[in-house]
Design a protein around this ligand. Structure first.
Ligand code: UDP
Length: 335
């Protein structure tokens, strides 16, 4: 019988790609998603890729009774917890909503796991926990800074809560850098609701003619070309990291009950470099202009990947060109 893995937020951007990878690795993914920031159509894409629709419970992770029923019924080997709000700007406007959902949801899930004696969890953390770092590339041991937003704070608090419960819970805490791209088939990808906040969906919607032009948020930073630098990672590489993390948990390979890994490529790219790389990869110009800085933006951050490569055994494989080709392929299928 296949090992069951509960995937909260399994219809979202990273969640849907991870569901596909789990299936390919021989697991049975069970999805929990209340569509608060995803669309049911993601299930059609998943079905096209894996040949069936996984079990899906349309419930809120804050609904302890409903969550408890699903987990009790399936007795999973582990849980991957994606379900959380993720827009930095929105979190500044609605901090309580973010703390309730991201922190409250995690606590509710942990209470249920404890009651059901399930002790394997993969947690979606973020490079936002590093704030504006003192050293680049950032290591897992790099001192974290005051979060720049309530969103970032929810991830820092989540990590603390998990560490405090390491006496009964084994956690793989994955700090994601900037996931972009889509499954190479174009069947699943990112589905931003409303006007996108993130660079790549805004860029691809601009090239598709949905937006007039992309604004580059500031070109007067102290970086190579004056624009901010990030570590962009293909969503499929990121999704595959979750299979490594789940296997490490299930096989009892953890050295400590709470382990942290940077999930990035180790390469930094500026906003202008991304635009140029998109134009080169797809042979299409990106209408853009330089605008003012965006409040709260970290200037530059990219990952030190030595630990994740040596300890987890995972390494990102796909290039920036592939990420941008797959992002455009997905956009063309959408519009
Ligand atoms: N960015 C930009 N224009 C946009 C959206 C983003 O210049 O319309 C820049 C942003 O300032 C940052 C980078 O692109 O330097 C990545 O931003 P994104 O919101 O995708 O991810 P973040 O790193 O903020 O989580």
């Amino acid at each position: 019988m296949k090992h069951k893995i509960i995937v909260t937020g399994g219809l979202g951007f990273i969640g849907s790609h991870t569901v596909v990878c789990l299936h390919e690795a021989g697991f049975e993914p069970i999805i929990i998603d209340n569509l608060s920031n995803s669309e049911a159509s993601a299930m059609d894409g998943i079905e096209q890729l894996i040949g069936y629709k996984p079990i899906w419970a349309n419930i809120d992770v804050n609904d302890k009774a409903a969550l408890g029923n699903v987990i009790k019924e399936h007795q999973p080997q582990g849980v991957i917890h994606f379900a959380a709000f993720k827009a930095v700007g929105e979190s500044v406007e609605k901090p309580l909503t973010y703390y309730r959902n991201n922190v409250g949801g995690l606590i509710t899930l942990m209470e249920v796991l404890k009651e059901e004696n399930i002790d394997n969890l993969v947690f979606s953390s973020s490079c936002t926990v590093y704030g504006e770092p003192d050293e680049i590339p950032v290591k897992e041991s790099t001192q974290t800074k005051m979060a720049e937003s309530p969103y970032g704070a929810t991830k820092q608090i989540g990590e603390i809560i998990l560490k405090d419960n390491a006496n009964w819970l084994n956690t793989q805490c994955l700090r994601y850098f900037n996931p972009i791209g889509a499954h190479e088939s174009g069947f699943i990808g990112e589905l931003p609701i409303g006007v996108p906040n993130n660079l790549i969906p805004y860029l691809t919607q601009t090239v598709a003619g949905i937006r007039k032009e992309l604004t580059v948020f500031g070109d007067d930073y102290n970086t190579t070309d004056g624009t901010c630098i990030r570590d962009y990672i293909h969503v499929m590489d990121l999704a595959e990291a979750h299979v490594f993390a789940i296997n490490r948990l299930i096989n009892g390979e953890q050295k400590e009950p709470f382990e942290v890994f940077n999930i990035g490529t180790g390469n930094g790219s500026s906003v202008l470099e991304v635009i140029q790389a998109f134009e080169k990869a797809n042979g299409i110009p990106v209408p853009h202009k330089i605008g003012p800085r965006r409040a709260g933006d970290v200037i530059q951050v990219w990952a030190e990947t030595t630990k994740v490569e040596h300890v987890l055994g995972w390494k990102a494989k796909r290039t920036l060109e592939t990420m941008l080709k797959d992002a455009w392929n997905w956009q063309t299928k959408l519009s």
